[in-house]
Design a protein around this ligand. Structure first.
Ligand SMILES: Cc1cc2nc3c(=O)[nH]c(=O)nc-3n(C[C@H](O)[C@H](O)[C@H](O)COP(=O)(O)OP(=O)(O)OC[C@H]3O[C@@H](n4cnc5c(N)ncnc54)[C@H](O)[C@@H]3O)c2cc1C
Ligand code: SF4
Ligand code: SF4
Length: 1003
């Protein structure tokens, strides 16, 4: 009976906001009143309808304010119209904190300043849109550090970290955002400014007396202080708070408003307690109390210089949790769990497979559970001594079977693997997903083994399993059951598991949320976790801060049932789509659904990597990989059109996608937007016809082939700036963009004319791609000559062009014919011993990347076989070096510095390691990778008139400045033809293909 009543109580629908009655013309008036942007079109609203959680609700509009005055205007408007405002930064919340039906106020673009660094007093003042990792980059020269982190630290912003009271792996040492939030400036619900900071006891009492004396004229701020004091000074409330909040030994606690923290301050705690500071309550309040505009953070010295990670390999999760208790004695900086399931997923992800290099399987061949223990100290010796002692103790306790200790660059790989845990789980093909529902419960570390045993019992009883990873050292394992939320049964499981685990957490006096916050997911359970009495206190808090309920309503209090407003509806059908590409074990919609909103694609150029160049340049959510997955998912799910691809919304959001493949290599969920873009374009062309420019680009090979009969005439036009500008305009290219010129011969003609002896060398088939054949003939010649000089017999076989231009423009029907022709022509001659070697990465990699998913079913196996033996020039040479067929004595001893810019597709499908290996063959060549992402050209993208500016902006992020810094004698290397062209247009420097460098180094 009790259970039933409790369930009924929790399931009661609650009113979140008044029904919205605001028209577009009202919104257009509002748009005119702010300096920033207000979007109320379907596309932008759709892109902001989700975060990284399972929730979805269409907002009324999206505001990108520019000034604090804009925020005040929005507050005034929300009050007048009875609508809500949802403050948002990177939108990586996992519990639906930034999903709501009001106006989403995104401060991630214009509130990004670090305002003041005080080295002596160790603090920094920032705007809410400062990215956590970027803050630490700026603090490094001062020897200072903002401690709390999240797995999302390369894109999560300080406003969101304070909003959610975030913390991460290192919370054992640094705690959470709350402990470091010294002061905030905020705008209150009545539009007034407020500052919150430490108030010494005397000042606090004066403040309260003054507020009390004002009676009817008390300000909102006065009322907030009076109500808080009224709540905290009541002995009955104090007892309830002390009794019902999580155990004090649990440092991670994000359930409800942190009244327990305020109770630890003066005058409510003993005399030498910390001064009262409202920041403790604001941190973790999820944007429900006020709008933060400035945050002053406490800083600490930089972490110890030497990070050493002991990766304790255990047979079971239980063993790893017992190991945790042992490791804590050694005062680690972090103790993190990676379970066997995560390792299994990593083995199928291109990026993470490399990061899992240190993993040793159990004797039965199965993946272990790994406990990563961070023993950071000042010196290597200290770390080694500590690691040895800890390993000995673990061995004596019969815990673990392998204990590698890793330093330096290897640690980055391990953290990257650990952080990708969640994303990797999205690789599960199909509708079943690892769902965020009870993923950050926290209990006392000593209770942890029992708690997890009970937890797994509950799952087992319900026929479910979960993935376990993360913060074992602080009693918080991320557990995600696999659920199909597209079914009614899945929805029931979602609720049932949340209810049962809430009871279990309460049994251990734990915290239902240890870091991710309540949001829409856990708000419903707050009364269960802290007791009805305390919940009513939360409601009083909310009421006094936000009387009209305009700030992020429905979070922390009055939350709608946790199984409403889900991204997927119960009994939602996954429609079938006939596509040109195969999407492995699922369809294109399911592929788009792999995006869980984690926002890795919001990282900036300062974190390195390629994904996502358009966002890096514009800092616009609409230009993220996530936006592209979101819009496709929405349109393919909900479009009323018969051809659901035929949507202008998709076209608009995909327009700035460079199809660079950065996401294919770097999105932890393997979302391949370039592939989805190609598919979408073909489907869109099917409905709307092929635009002239796309047709011309797609037929690059044919057009250039014709022009190559009269190269002088073609070059006359494109060497002459005024003529080129006219020609560019006609085609739809930007007038400022130079065009690649034609060589006076083609590579094939040159090759045919060469006299060859009867070579006895190993045979290599050269793929004479369309770019090298017509434009980069010199590169082609040098590649052939280098191979021949190294003793290989080079044969250009009969083959078709690569199909890359067709693919880039979504002409998949044509590309498919080309792919099939190439497979038929090459399948019988290409093998491991006689590989197909390509010069231009984007061309040869079509054999590996697109062909197997594009060709008809009967050719798939042949396509896969061919893919295995289709190598880039540098991959082939690197292989031959390893086989000791090529040695360094064939090369110059001259000293050279080479700065290497990687091709995006090469980085995604292969890696830059072979290029580095090849170029390092001459013993005095020093090869350094430029930490650039995409160059910005990406095939024809950078030529196109509407994309030229963005293309150059992307180049300016890292690549151009890095190239400009290099003295003339430094060689700039770039395997991609587009990259070399872009480098030339952006910096005036000539970049060389690595094969050219190799040829010139041969003696
Ligand atoms: C893969 C993955 C891993 C994660 N790992 C961790 C982890 O290790 N530790 C952890 O703590 N969290 C983690 N999270 C959750 C999330 O990344 C963090 O909570 C992060 O700090 C949120 O930052 P954000 O910029 O995305 O904030 P958002 O999601 O945009 O906002 C977070 C909250 O802050 C509020 N807010 C934002 N700006 C303001 C403002 N100006 N004024 C008032 N309120 C504001 C919002 O309303 C919202 O309630 C993870 C999420 C993902 C997807
Ligand atoms: S596209 Fe990938 S990286 Fe971006 S949010 Fe989605 S899952 Fe995360
Ligand atoms: S292909 Fe490149 S530009 Fe397009 S979404 Fe992926 S990373 Fe971004």
């Amino acid at each position: 009976m009790f259970v039933t009543l409790t369930l009924l109580f929790f399931r009661l629908p609650t009113i979140m906001t008044a029904p919205i009655s605001v028209s577009n013309s009202d919104l257009s008036l509002l748009a005119n009143q702010i300096e920033g942007e207000l979007h109320y079109d379907n596309t932008m609203r759709t892109l902001y309808a989700t975060d990284a959680s399972a929730y979805r609700e269409m907002p009324l509009a999206v505001a990108i304010p520019k000034t604090e005055a804009d925020i005040k205007t929005l507050i005034r408007y929300a009050t007048e119209k009875h609508i809500s405002l949802i403050p948002r930064t990177a939108g990586t919340s996992l519990a639906g904190q930034v999903v709501g039906n009001g106006i989403i106020v995104d401060v991630s673009r214009n509130f990004t300043k670090i305002l003041e660094i005080n080295e002596a007093e160790k603090w920094v003042r920032v705007q809410p849109g400062v990215v956590r990792d970027e803050l630490n980059m700026a603090l490094k020269p001062y020897g200072l550090y903002f401690g709390p982190e999240t797995s999302t630290a390369n894109r999560a912003m300080i406003g969101g970290m304070v909003g959610n009271n975030s913390c991460g792996s290192n919370s054992i040492v640094y705690g959470s955002a709350r402990e470091h939030t010294l002061e905030v400036k905020a705008i209150l619900a009545d539009g007034s400014d407020a500052e919150f900071k430490n108030i010494q006891i005397g000042d606090y009492q004066n403040l309260l007396s003054s507020a009390k004396s004002k009676n009817g004229s008390a300000t909102l701020l006065d009322k907030i202080y009076l109500k808080t004091n009224e709540i905290l000074q009541s002995p009955g409330n104090q007892e309830e708070i002390r009794k019902n909040f999580p155990k004090p030994s649990i440092s991670r606690r994000n359930t409800g408003y942190a009244l327990d923290m305020l109770l630890h301050t003066e005058p409510y705690a003993h005399a030498d307690a910390q001064p009262f500071n409202m920041c403790s309550l604001i941190a973790g309040s999820e944007g429900t109390l006020c709008f933060l505009t400035e945050i002053k953070l406490n800083l600490v010295p930089l972490p110890p210089k030497t990070q050493g990670l002991v990766c304790v390999h255990c047979d079971t999760i239980d063993e790893a949790l017992r190991a945790t208790i042992v490791t804590l004695k050694y005062l680690p900086h972090a103790v993190e769990l990676i379970d066997d399931y995560v390792l299994e997923c990593a083995a199928t992800n291109a990026e993470q497979k490399k990061n899992a290099f240190f993993v040793k399987n159990k004797p039965d061949g199965k993946f272990p559970a790994i406990l990563v223990v961070d023993l950071s100290r000042e010196t290597t010796e200290e770390v080694e001594a500590l690691a040895a002692e800890m390993t000995r103790e673990l061995q004596e306790a019969n815990i673990g079977f392998h204990y590698p200790l890793l330093f330096g660059d290897d640690t980055k790989k391990i953290w990257s693997l650990r952080k990708a845990g969640l994303g990797l789980l999205s690789n599960i093909p199909g509708d079943e997903k690892a769902v965020a529902v009870i993923e950050d419960t926290a209990v006392d570390v000593y209770d942890q083994p029992d708690y997890i045993r009970d937890f797994n019992e509950i799952l087992k009883k319900n026929g479910m399993s979960a993935v376990h990873y993360a913060h074992a050292g602080t009693g918080e394992i991320h557990l995600r059951p696999i659920i199909n939320l597209k079914t009614r049964e899945g929805h029931q499981q979602f609720r049932m598991i949340a209810e049962e685990i809430a009871d279990l957490v309460k049994k251990y006096d734990g915290s239902l949320s240890g870091e991710h916050g309540d949001g829409r997911l856990r708000g419903e359970f707050i009364p269960k976790m802290v007791g009805e009495h305390n919940y009513q206190l939360f409601k009083e808090i909310k009421k006094v801060w936000d009387p009209q309920n305009i700030f992020n309503p429905g979070k922390i209090v009055d939350t709608a049932p946790m199984d409403t407003f889900l991204r997927y509806e119960a009994d939602q059908q996954t429609p079938e789509f006939k596509t040109y590409f195969r999407f492995q074990d699922q369809n294109i919609l399911q592929h788009a659904e792999q995006c869980n909103g984690s926002g890795d694609c919001r990282k900036t150029e300062m974190s390195g990597g390629t994904m996502c160049p358009s966002f890096m340049a514009t800092r616009n959510e609409k230009d993220t990989t996530r936006a592209r997955a979101n819009i496709l998912r929405e349109m393919l799910t909900r479009s009323p059109k018969e051809n659901r691809f035929d949507n202008k919304e998709i076209k608009e959001v995909y327009d700035l996608c460079l199809a660079c493949k950065g996401c294919k290599g770097e999105c932890p969920s393997n979302v391949d937007v370039a592939k989805m873009k190609m598919e979408f374009l073909q489907q869109y062309h099917d409905a709307n016809g092929i635009p002239l420019r796309s047709w011309l680009v797609g037929n690059f090979s044919k057009m250039t082939g014709i022009a190559s009969y009269v190269p002088w005439a073609y070059n006359l036009v494109f060497k002459n700036a005024p003529l080129r500008k006219i020609a560019n305009r006609v085609v739809g290219f930007h007038p400022e963009r130079t065009m690649p010129l034609l060589h006076n011969t083609t590579l094939k003609k040159w090759y045919d004319k060469q006299k060859r002896g009867n070579s006895t060398g190993r045979k290599v088939y050269l793929f004479c791609d369309e770019f090298t054949n017509y434009n980069d003939v010199e590169v082609g010649k040098k590649s052939i000559m280098a191979l021949e000089k190294l003793g290989y017999e080079v044969i250009i076989p009969n083959h078709a062009p690569s199909g890359r231009p067709q693919l880039s423009k979504g002409l998949l029907k044509d590309a498919k014919k080309i792919a099939e022709e190439n497979i038929r022509l090459l399948k019988d001659i290409i093998s491991y011993d006689t590989p197909l070697v390509g010069i231009e990465p984007s061309a040869i990699l079509t054999f590996r990347d697109e062909y197997p998913d594009l060709v008809s079913d009967d050719l798939v196996e042949e396509a896969k076989k061919l893919a295995q033996n289709a190598l880039q020039f540098d991959e082939f040479i690197a292989r031959e070096i390893e086989l000791k067929h090529i040695s360094k004595d064939r090369f110059t001893k001259e000293k050279k510095l080479i700065k290497l810019h990687g091709h995006c597709q090469q980085k995604a499908i292969s890696s830059m390691v072979p290029t580095k290996k090849m170029l390092s063959l001459p013993e005095n060549y020093n090869v350094q990778l430029i930490p650039s992402g995409c160059c910005g050209m990406a095939g024809s993208f950078g030529y196109e008139k509407e994309h030229y500016d963005l293309s150059m902006q992307i180049g300016e992020l890292v690549l151009f400045p890095a190239v400009r810094q290099q003295p003339e004698e430094v060689i700039i290397a770039a395997p991609g033809t587009s990259c070399r062209h872009q480098i030339h247009d952006g910096t005036g420097r000539r970049a060389m293909h690595p094969a050219e460098i190799l040829w010139e180094a041969l003696v």
